[in-house]
Write a protein that binds this ligand. Sequence first.
Ligand code: ADP
Length: 186
Amino acid sequence: MRLIFLGPPGVGKGTQAKRICEHYNIIHLSTGDILRGEMAAKTEIGEKAKSFMDKGALVPDDVLLGMMNNRLKKDDAQNGYLLDGFPRTIPQAGGLINIMDDLSHSLNCALSLTADEDGLVQRLIKRGKASGRSDDTPDIIRQRQNVYWKQTAPLLDFYRKKNLLKEVDGIGEIPEITDRILEVLK
Ligand code: ADP
């Protein structure tokens, strides 16, 4: 099973991604988590990413594509994966097609978790207080929402045209949403 998860910041992508990965026994690749790991380890990628992430801007496409090209080649990615937070732009989606073609991987589904924008910001402000994530402050959260609608939402049409898009309502109890996702993936 190879999946892409799409949805605005705060919709609960990460939570659902973990549950879906357990179900299918596939790996969860969150580019946000990978980039935060690179930042903590002060790698070249981490140093490049930091200024963008702190502003709530997207890290440049070539950085993401290089990083994911290496990651998807690894042994543990050969039995399936869920991509959480990638691709986030049309050029990244185009690049991902090439990366997957080279590995003879096919995409099963791009799953979009939906919610209206009200409430998402509040949810993230709360998470920021709990997690201490430096980009979970009100201004940066709003900026990340704007980036999503401008740069990432066009991916919905991109995958819809390829007949790969499935949309699931992201409002409700956690297990209930997981069940909805599993149902559309059947
Ligand atoms: P959220 O979805 O809540 O904004 P993420 O952890 O997915 O959180 O991403 C945090 C930040 O990491 C983004 O604001 C961006 O700077 C960077 N990032 C993650 N994935 C990508 C990507 N595919 N392309 C560019 N930047 C990314």
